[in-house]
Each structure stands twice: as structure tokens, then as C-alpha cells.
Ligand binder design. Structure first.
Ligand SMILES: [Zn+2]
Ligand SMILES: [Zn+2]
Length: 580
């Protein structure tokens, strides 16, 4: 049986052949395999070009031809023979000369009546191996020849291909679902954030509801941190250039730095990260080994000057809120501190139902010039991280060459409800900044000892995490995180007094609630509460008012019927407290 890559590759040939059937004037160029299928680039400039509406007929031709492709046969040819064969196709001629100039073999592959220049890797018997309903043509796009904008613009036709029709359908359904869950769309529906042309792209503004969500996320991370001895610090958002010259960011971040010139001609910058500022809090006084580690944390914005073409929604922004922390500790404390942070990360991501996988990003010993610090320090640090991963029975893998210049790190990948993997938290061990800022503690022998730093942001950035989480939950935020946790709906004005009584009881219990007393039908109000994804709707009328009950409709579990107001409050309070 053939591999999926071989099938996709063969389908790219089949696409080229089918396009020629309908557009004989076309010049086919190259057609590689991609993650979900394949594509092929064509030059149609000698005649008509196909549109999206032509894809079904090309697809139909592919299926007809497929049954005649029972083998794919390769032959090696000379440069001259290859050039003769493709003399009408300037793109193939360029490829042939390229291959020849590298001294590589030139091979042609033939299936049915179609021959293409190719390195090989096809299905043995396409008619047998490839199921005719396992692929479909997807879309048309423009692409430059060889990806270079100085070259000619070609037409790219994309195809989707999987082993079976079921996999193809599942993929298409997942993609549709992802579109529906776009966090920009959900953000509008839930009224969480907005952008203003006057302020600029990449600078999200958080609405009252969005601010509640951010605050709740941050409060949760704080709760987890406090158990492990983290302390709050606060720093200004700008600094003299000197700080970033010492830290090395003035050079490393030069393009992304927002610079400020003062009226006294001094150079300042908006902070692109918090670590350099935090080192100066640690450095304010000498520390005995008894005071180590020092754990500083702060949720604060950093600013990076990204190119405007790269900005979109919350995933790429200029003002980034980091839930940042820096632990200053001794080498022999690294293991315990990593362990604690890992606990925080596990608890936090488990709450949302994300599965986590961990990459141990190590240095490449073959390229010592890329890293700072002795090989013993690196070995010890990496051994420590590996042993933690083993001790925790984590789903982990090692990646050589992925370390930061200044130390190894743990990169966490979260798989969301659509099966997509996102890089989320990282824990970084840093042996560089303590060196640059000369950070020490006094050890048991009364000597100065170099400390190390551990950087960690649990959410990474609140903006990016919110985007991932909104798409993961499709906007159905857990109750503890919902800006409005309960909506009270009086069935008529007559029961407004009781609705107010319910609202007051909820407020006293710290449940975020509101009343919809608009002049609309009950059905319409229930629908709008659903659009806003409010976890609970409480309908109140005559019976509820006289029995002191509420008729509960849950977003996730449907109608729960009448509950006494007290019982409902006990139930929702527990759900919020335990972050269910
Ligand atoms: Zn091929
Ligand atoms: Zn840092």
C-alpha cells in the first residue's frame, strides 16, 4: 500500500494532466505535497485561466483518468532528451538545467499518457491505491514562480487528499468549524474587545466584559502562584537606553523596539520585555543564600513594533500583556523551581481541558559558538530538565538546537478541541542576564555566588491565550470566566420586583448577573442570551415569585427546571469557586 505522501504526490501529477485536458495551452510548473493534500502551479498566460467554478469539472476528469493509471514508470534521461521533451515549457527547461548543473540525475515519470519531470515517490498502482472519493480540489490562488515576487505570477490549484473519504470529510468539517470559531468573530459576539482606526491596528481595546475575562484569567494564575511563594512587583513601562544596552536587547531587539527621544535629547524605549527591569529589583540589595529564591511576578504590557502586515486579531499585537515571572535562584534550586512552575502550568491548562505536550529545547553541542556558558553548566541544566520531565511522567520529546542562546527551556504545546496544537507556556532557564547584570547571592561560605534566572509566563500573553481559548471553547466560557454568569428574565413587567430581588441575592453572593427587561418576547430574550453564551438564564414569573424559586435554563445542559433561589446560588457558587 502507498503512503499518504505518495498518494498526494501522484494526485498532483493527475491534476496537471486533467488541467491540460481542459486548458491545453497551459504550462505546468511544479506540484508539491502539503500538509492536507497537494497543489500544482500553472501558467495560463497563453489562453484562458480556470476559475473556482471550473474545479468540479477538472476534478471529474481526474477521477476518470485515475482508473487508467495502473502504474507509474520512471526513466533516467539525458539533459538533451529532457530539454527536447519539454521544449515548449520554459519553466521545465529552467528546472532541467538546474538539476543538470547540480550534477543530479534527470528522471521522467509516466502514468497513463502523461509524463512529467519528477524525482519520484508515487503510488505503485494509483488506480488501486487511491480511493476516488478521498480527494477534492479546494481553491485557486496566485503564487510567484519559485516564490520570488520578481518572477511571473502563476495560478496555484490546491487539492485536499486523505487516505479515505471519511478523513477528507472530517478534515473539511473541522475547517468549517474553525472558521465559525474564529476568535475575532466570537470577540464581537461576546463584546470582549475592539479596535479603533484612531488608535491603530495591533492595539486591542478591552471592553468592560473583556476586562472581566482578563481579570479572571489573571486572578487564577495569581492564585496558583501565591501558593508557591511568588511576590508581586511593579515596574514602569519605559526605561533609559542604558538598561537595554546592558541586557543586550538594544541590539537584539533593535527593529522591534519603540524608541522615545526626550526633550532633553535622552533616548528611552518602551519595554519589549520585563526581565531587565526585574533584575534591578533583585539587585537593589545583597541577598543571603537564606533568602533565595526570590520570585517576582507581574502582569503587565510589553510593546513590540511588528510590521503592520503581520497584525491580526489578538494573535499578533503591538501591546502584549504578559503574565510574567522571574525566579532568581541558585543552580541547585532549579529543579524544585521548575517543578513548581510546571505544577502551575498543568493545573491552569487542565482547567480548560487542553492536553499538553512538552518540548525539551536543548542546545546543539555541535555548535557551541551559538550559546553562552560552559558545557558543564549546560549539561547540568539539561539533565535537570530531563529528570523533571521523567519524574512527572510527562508527554515530552527532546529537540536539539532549540534552546535559547542563554539556556535550555521547556516549551509547552496545547492541543485544542479541534485537534490543533498551539505553543503556549515556556519556562526558560537563563544563565546570561545574571552574568550581564552581575547578579549574585552570598553562599554558605560567605562568598559571592552567581545566580540563575528562570523566566515563565503561564498564559504567555493574555491576548494570544484568549484567542486560543475562545476558539477552543467556541466562546462557551466556563462560568467562572463568563463576564455575565447569569441572566434574569422576568416574563412580564409585573414580576420585575421579583427579578430585582433575585438580582440582589446573586450580587450578594458575588455572582455576576444582569436583567433583560427589554420589551421583547421571552423567546427572543432567551435566544439573545444564547448568542451571548451566558451560562445560566433564570426565568421568573408568578409561581417563581410566590415560591421564591427560579426556572433555570443552562447553556450546557438545557432546562434544569425550578430550583429554590438558595439552591441555585449554592450550585453556581460551587461551580465558580471550583472553576468547573
Ligand atoms: Zn512525481
Ligand atoms: Zn523574562
Amino acid at each position: 500500500m502507498s503512503t499518504i505522501e505518495e498518494k498526494r504526490h501522484t494526485l498532483a501529477h493527475l491534476l496537471a494532466r486533467a488541467v491540460l485536458e481542459h486548458f491545453p495551452h497551459t504550462q505546468s510548473t511544479i506540484g508539491p505535497v502539503i500538509d492536507n493534500g497537494f497543489y500544482y502551479d500553472f501558467d495560463f498566460s497563453r489562453g484562458n485561466a480556470p476559475g473556482q467554478a471550473d474545479l468540479p469539472k477538472i476534478e471529474k476528469t481526474m477521477r476518470e483518468l485515475l482508473s487508467t493509471w495502473t502504474q507509474v514508470v520512471g526513466t533516467e534521461v539525458s539533459q538533451k532528451d529532457a530539454r527536447d521533451r519539454f521544449k515548449e515549457n520554459s519553466f521545465k527547461l529552467e528546472l532541467i538545467d538546474d538539476i543538470a548543473s547540480k550534477g543530479e540525475k534527470i528522471t521522467l515519470y509516466t502514468a497513463g499518457d502523461f509524463t512529467d519531470l519528477c524525482r519520484g515517490g508515487h503510488a505503485d498502482n494509483p488506480a488501486h491505491d487511491i480511493s476516488p472519493d478521498s480527494f477534492s480540489l479546494d481553491r485557486i490562488a496566485g503564487a510567484y514562480w519559485r516564490g520570488d515576487e520578481k518572477n511571473k505570477m502563476l495560478t496555484r490549484i490546491y487539492g485536499l487528499a486523505f487516505d479515505t473519504n471519511e478523513e477528507l470529510s472530517a478534515y473539511s468539517a473541522r475547517r468549517e468549524e474553525a472558521k465559525k470559531r474564529d476568535h475575532r468573530k466570537i470577540g464581537r459576539e461576546l463584546d470582549l474587545f475592539t479596535f479603533s482606526d484612531l488608535i491603530g491596528s495591533g492595539l486591542p481595546l478591552w471592553t468592560p466584559k473583556g476586562a472581566i475575562m482578563r481579570h479572571e484569567l489573571d486572578r487564577y494564575v495569581w492564585e496558583l502562584r501565591e501558593k508557591h511563594g511568588y511576590q508581586r512587583v511593579t515596574i514602569p513601562h519605559i526605561s533609559k537606553k542604558d538598561l537595554y544596552e546592558t541586557s543586550g536587547h538594544w541590539d537584539k531587539f533593535s527593529n522591534e523596539l519603540f524608541r522615545i527621544n526626550t526633550r532633553e535629547d535622552k533616548e528611552y524605549a518602551l519595554k519589549p520585555m520585563n526581565c531587565p527591569h526585574h533584575t534591578q529589583i533583585f539587585a537593589r540589595k545583597p541577598h543571603s543564600y537564606k533568602e533565595m529564591p526570590q520570585r517576582y511576578a507581574e502582569t503587565t504590557m510589553v510593546y513590540r513594533d511588528e510590521q503592520s502586515g503581520e497584525l491580526g486579531g489578538l494573535t499578533r499585537v503591538l501591546s502584549i500583556t504578559q503574565d510574567d515571572s522571574h525566579v532568581f535562584c541558585r543552580h541547585n534550586q532549579v529543579h524544585d523551581e521548575f517543578f513548581k512552575i510546571w505544577d502551575i502550568i498543568d493545573t491552569f491548562y487542565n482547567t480548560f481541558g487542553f492536553a499538553l505536550r512538552v518540548r525539551l529545547s536543548f542546545h546543539n553541542p555541535q555548535e557551541p559558538e551559538k550559546y553562552i556558558g560552559s558545557s558543564e553548566i549546560w549539561r547540568d541544566a539539561e539533565d535537570a530538565l530531563r529528570s523533571i520531565a521523567k519524574e512527572r511522567n510527562a508527554d515530552y520529546f527532546e529537540a536539539s538546537g532549540e534552546a535559547a542562546m542563554y539556556g535550555p527551556k521547556l516549551d509547552f504545546m496545547a492541543t485544542d478541541s479541534l485537534g490543533r496544537e498551539h505553543q503556549v507556556a515556556t519556562i526558560q532557564l537563563d544563565m546570561n542576564l545574571p552574568e550581564r547584570f552581575d547578579l549574585t547571592c552570598t553562599n554558605e561560605k560567605g562568598e559571592k555566588e552567581r545566580v540563575v534566572m528562570i523566566h515563565c509566563a503561564v498564559m504567555g500573553s493574555i491576548e494570544r491565550f484568549s484567542a486560543v481559548m475562545l476558539e477552543h471553547t467556541a466562546g462557551n466560557l466556563p462560568t467562572w470566566l463568563s463576564p455575565v454568569q447569569t441572566r434574569v428574565l422576568p416574563i412580564s413587567e409585573k414580576y420585575d420586583y421579583y427579578a430585582q430581588e433575585v438580582l440582589k441575592a446573586l450580587a450578594d453572593a458575588h455572582v455576576r448577573a444582569d436583567i433583560d427587561d427589554a420589551n421583547e418576547s421571552l423567546g427572543k430574550k432567551i435566544r439573545s442570551a444564547k448568542t451571548e453564551k451566558i451560562p445560566y438564564v433564570l426565568v421568573v414569573g408568578e409561581r417563581e415569585a410566590s415560591d421564591k424559586t427560579v426556572s433555570v435554563e443552562s447553556r450546557d445542559n438545557g432546562k434544569l427546571g425550578a430550583l429554590s433561589l438558595t439552591d441555585f446560588i449554592i450550585k453556581i457558587d460551587e461551580e465558580i469557586r471550583l472553576r468547573k
